[in-house]
Write a protein that binds this ligand. Structure first.
Ligand SMILES: NC(=O)c1ccc[n+]([C@@H]2O[C@H](COP(=O)([O-])OP(=O)(O)OC[C@H]3O[C@@H](n4cnc5c(N)ncnc54)[C@H](OP(=O)(O)O)[C@@H]3O)[C@@H](O)[C@H]2O)c1
Length: 252
């Protein structure tokens, strides 16, 4: 399977490497910045390009893994390509690719950072395609990476992505705020890691609403007031604390 990778960021890097490791031929890596394209392409024996006019017209799969706002523009600039054109965005409809006869979506429901290794075997792949034949092709490609394959349309994918923002991006931001609080008081983030791990492990078996703990669900008013007082000089965090405590109280 010959693949052209458009983008050289977190997702492009992990996907191109995973496809390469599983026998696909990544022919080209495109980025606006040739150096970024080279950084990925050189690792996987692909050709780095920075001009979309140089894109090989005869690949099987064109993987657009650029920031959401740039997907439509990159797609429009792909002229005369013959293979299947897909993007990797959760929040972008499949219709932005409709100029291409064969198009679809290849959305990995996972968080990717270039610096962190990922085992694709545990990555759910949400697929959408404009025809049944193209869905078959996408499934063949997806099976190279993961057994967790789902057919998800654009509307459902948008909802999955929104839920993912709560479950991952917001949760990670909470870690960052915890770090900020600890640092201000000369305490080490390392001490919190077992708590973070146990919280994530618990919801692998249970539903989050069944394992919520803390002062808000117990309605421990004095503790809540004490925490709010501790955050007096950090009004932004105090506001978040109040909002989240209220949300926990309201939903239990
Ligand atoms: N990271 C995740 O956890 C994750 C998970 C699932 C899906 N996704 C989706 O995957 C896609 C890529 O995300 P990412 O996290 O890999 O992003 P990223 O690491 O920030 O990389 C963004 C890529 O977009 C390119 N880019 C930025 N602005 C551009 C523009 N105006 N025109 C053309 N290219 C542009 C960058 O190219 P240059 O090298 O030229 O700057 C870079 O290759 C997004 O649609 C995202 O929603 C991300």
């Amino acid at each position: 399977m010959k693949i052209v990778c458009l983008g050289s960021g977190n997702v492009a890097t992990h996907m191109a490497n995973a496809f390469n490791d599983n026998g696909a031929d990544i022919a080209q890596v495109w980025s606006r910045d040739l150096e970024n394209a080279k950084a990925l392409a050189n690792d996987i024996g692909a050709r780095a390009i920075s001009d979309l006019k140089e894109v090989d017209e005869h690949a099987d799969l064109y993987l657009i893994a650029v920031k959401d706002d740039a997907v439509a523009k990159v797609s429009k600039a792909l002229k005369n390509v013959n293979g299947l054109v897909v993007h990797t965005s959760g929040a972008t409809g499949m219709d932005v690719l409709q100029d291409h006869k064969q198009h679809g979506v290849f959305y990995p429901l996972q968080t990717f950072s270039k610096s962190q290794p990922i085992d694709f075997i545990h990555v759910p792949l949400c697929l959408e395609a404009n025809t049944e034949e193209n869905m078959d092709l996408l499934q063949l490609a997806a099976m190279k990476l993961s057994p967790l394959i789902y057919e998800v349309d654009s509307k459902k994918r948008e909802v999955l992505h929104l839920a993912g923002v709560f479950a991952c991006n917001f949760v990670n931001h909470m870690y960052q705020l915890s770090h900020q609080i600890l640092k201000k008081n000369e305490l080490d983030f390392e001490m919190l890691r077992p708590l973070i791990m146990e919280t994530a492990v618990k919801v692998q078996e249970a539903l989050p609403e069944d394992v919520q703990t803390g002062p808000a669900i117990r309605n421990d008013k004095k503790t809540i007031l004490k925490h709010e007082e501790l955050l007096k000089k950090m009004p932004h965090l105090q506001e978040i604390y109040k909002n989240l405590s209220n949300s926990i109280k309201k939903t239990h």
